[in-house]
Design a binder for this molecule. Structure first.
Ligand SMILES: Nc1ncnc2c1ncn2[C@@H]1O[C@H](COP(=O)(O)OP(=O)(O)O)[C@@H](O)[C@H]1O
Ligand SMILES: [Mg+2]
Length: 256
């Protein structure tokens, strides 16, 4: 099914061609990269801090604009018009390290906020229909938080908050999930819970997921495919079973 030679994946959902990112002040955060992401596979972007993981992830929905090259998405095409970008962002569920929930709102309200992008501004000023509330509750149930739906988010643990973040992302019925270091601030038990939920939901719903991580163990456990980065370049691309000591040295340096 997959042909990953030269970064090519048949049947790609999202593809980047010749993409390079140079931030103001001349940091070349991502060297010229071609890469494609298939359907229903969990890809982990693995690398040390500063390797370019967040930059690569954010280029995929132009939260970071590529300095050169282009990103194309199935059924939408190149992200070169405002309309293409809006349609793509609407179908992309994002999960952040600091989950970006509103602490004084309940878990349910936070999940519903994730739905508002699907309504016009005017419509969003009025209460959302019951079907929306039921759907948001279903999403909270999937992450094991049905009972916590009416609790304020700032009263939840870090792991629970990140699970609300997952519920909010899947409530959008996304066609793509992007998660940037979703477990960076969690203890090991919560990290495992969050990553296994994320993987299982994306597999069940056949949503391609791209997750940046700096921890090798989690990448090995949860990835179908690992893309290893070092200093803005892709230095490994393959299944976890291919990640040998040479590849690790390329990602983390010879002392790894
Ligand atoms: N907004 C920015 N402006 C300037 N340089 C940045 C910015 N964001 C990241 N960088 C730099 O780009 C490189 C890659 O960063 P990043 O993509 O955040 O890596 P990672 O997520 O793997 O830690 C680093 O050298 C970082 O300092
Ligand atoms: Mg990062």
């Amino acid at each position: 099914m997959l042909d990953q030679t030269a970064g090519l994946v048949r049947n790609a959902f999202v593809e980047i061609e010749g993409v390079e990112v140079v931030y103001a002040g001349s940091t070349q955060a991502l060297k010229t990269t071609d890469l494609a992401f298939a359907d229903d596979s969990v890809t982990v972007l693995l690398g040390p801090s500063g390797a370019g993981k967040s930059t690569l992830l954010r280029v995929l929905n132009h939260l970071v604009r590529p300095t050169r090259g282009r990103v194309s998405v199935r059924d939408i095409g190149a992200l070169e018009t405002n309309r293409a970008l809006r349609d793509h962002r609407r179908q992309t569920g994002m999960i952040f390290q600091q989950h970006q929930l509103i602490g004084r709102l309940t878990a349910l309200q936070n999940v519903l906020l994730g739905r508002i992008g699907h309504y016009s501004f005017l419509r969003s000023l009025f209460p959302l229909p019951d079907s929306e509330r039921r759907w948001a509750l279903d999403c909270l149930a999937r992450v094991g938080l049905f009972e916590k739906a009416l609790e304020r988010c700032d009263a939840l643990s870090g792991g629970q908050q990140q699970r609300v973040g997952i519920a909010r992302a899947i409530a959008q019925r996304p066609k793509l999930v992007l998660a940037d270091e979703p477990v960076a601030s969690l203890d090991p038990a919560s990290s495992d819970r969050v990553l296994s939920l994320l993987r299982d939901i994306c597999r069940q719903d056949r949503i391609p997921a791209i997750i940046s991580l700096h921890q090798l163990d989690y990448a090995r456990t949860y990835a179908d495919r690992i893309v290893g980065l070092s200093q803005g370049a892709i230095v490994f691309d393959g299944p976890p079973s291919d990640l040998d000591s040479d590849s690790l040295a390329r990602i983390y340096g010879p002392s790894a």
